[in-house]
Design a protein around this ligand. Structure first.
Ligand code: SAM
Length: 380
């Protein structure tokens, strides 16, 4: 049977060979920090279950340590309250609310952030503390602050970091408000996603500093962006290649909605194939165009529902091989989505690295191609 050190070293080798781990300092962090100290027992999704159910992988049981050193996200809390220790047997359902993110993503992001020893770094979303420990190993305890929203999660992370021999500055609270002491940082990294860039971050990261964060929304689309802070309250950046997604920051989560009820509305042909919304970037473009809507359905049968205004759009195939859309309410959701998708198609359907963002006192605008290209305002 392999030991923790062997499995850890094998994971670091795999991540080096596949090109994820390019910097020796981060390779050393991956080889050193024992992930099992941070995860304990965890939940794994049951393949094919709808809605997704989770099985408990109990600490110390066969397969547990191998799971810890797989390149997988390990869920450690559901619905903001259910922890692995609360479950005794069988499977459980719920929405993941805390986890240890897959090591390849955490390490890739640390490298993309470009943090160096001597930089003051703020991490949002301590979670299990594993990414915090990697950061503390590379940058030093004194240079790292990490904020966790959930007190129980923060407490467990603090205990694990102590056992692992790290002592970064830990804060329990809403990281979207930044550091409660108003300190200045050179770098900010978020391991939860946001609907827009929180304004306090843009006043706590020094001009010349960087923010690495995933923008997401109520239709479940995600995109990782690296922002250069250009002045107080101002930043600009481009979205990065790949397929990065994170659970949404708790204060940015979608509002609760009643059971889906499809209501009558105006019908017309759709000018785009609704299945475009199932593609990674197509879904992202649709979310930019209709940020207050939640997307349900799939393929030709998409449903958009904005509960705050009661606006709905739903598509269906028609007998001629095309599609119809039914819309109701004050926000013509499909009109917006259709226009945005057509613009993206006219640009050749680039992946997200074809997009950028500008943040200023005038608002937050995601643009396609160049700053003066087509754009969409984020809902601040
Ligand atoms: C994907 S997990 C973090 C993974 C973690 N970095 C790790 O490697 O274990 C996201 C975390 O962000 C936290 N979170 C959500 N909203 C937050 C907020 N507004 N401020 C700080 N933390 C937040 C969640 O409670 C959760 O623990």
């Amino acid at each position: 049977m392999s030991t923790s050190a062997q499995l850890r070293s094998a994971l670091a080798d795999r991540l080096t060979e596949d090109g994820t781990l390019t910097e020796p300092e981060w390779r050393s962090a991956a080889r050193t920090v024992p992930r099992e100290l941070f995860t304990g027992s965890y939940f794994m999704p049951v393949a094919g279950s709808v809605p997704t159910s989770y099985r408990l992988v109990r600490e110390g049981k066969p397969g547990w340590l191998e799971g810890v050193y797989s390149d997988d996200t390990l869920i450690t809390q559901l619905d903001g309250r259910i922890r692995p220790d609360d479950v005794t047997e069988g499977t459980v359902t719920g929405s993941p609310s805390s986890s240890s993110t897959l090591p390849s993503l955490v390490l890739r992001m640390w490298q993309q952030l470009g943090a160096e020893v001597g930089h003051q770094v703020l991490e949002i979303g301590t979670g299990t503390g594993y990414s915090t420990a990697l950061g503390a190993h590379r940058l030093g305890d004194a240079n790292l602050t990490s904020i966790e929203y959930d007190p129980a999660v923060g407490e467990a992370a603090a205990a694990a970091l102590k056992v692992a021999g790290f002592a970064p500055r830990l804060i329990t609270g809403d990281g979207l408000r930044g550091d409660p002491d108003g300190r200045w940082f050179d770098r900010l990294i978020a391991t939860c996603s946001v609907r827009y860039v929180p304004l306090p971050w843009l006043h706590q990261v020094k001009p010349g500093g960087k923010i690495l964060v995933t923008l997401s929304g109520w239709s479940y689309a995600n995109s990782l962006v690296l922002l250069d802070v250009t002045g107080p309250g101002e930043a600009t950046g481009r979205f990065l290649p790949g397929y990065t997604s994170f659970m949404i920051a708790r204060p940015h989560d979608r509002p609760p909605r009643p059971t889906l009820a499809l209501l009558p509305g105006e019908e017309r042909p759709s000018r785009i194939d609704p299945a475009k919304l199932d593609t990674w970037t197509g879904g992202w473009v649709a979310q930019l165009a209709a940020p207050s809507a939640e997307r349900m359905g799939r393929g030709a049968e998409q449903i958009l529902w904005d509960v705050s205004t009661g606006s709905q759009a739903r598509t269906a195939p028609n007998p001629n091989g095309g599609w119809t859309v039914v819309q109701r309410g004050p926000v013509r959701l499909w009109d917006r989505v259709e226009r945005a998708v057509q613009r993206w198609q006219a640009a050749g359907e680039p992946h997200q690295e074809g997009f950028g963002i500008t943040v200023s006192a005038a608002g937050q605008r995601v643009w396609l191609g160049t700053e003066d290209g087509p754009g969409w305002d984020l809902p601040i």
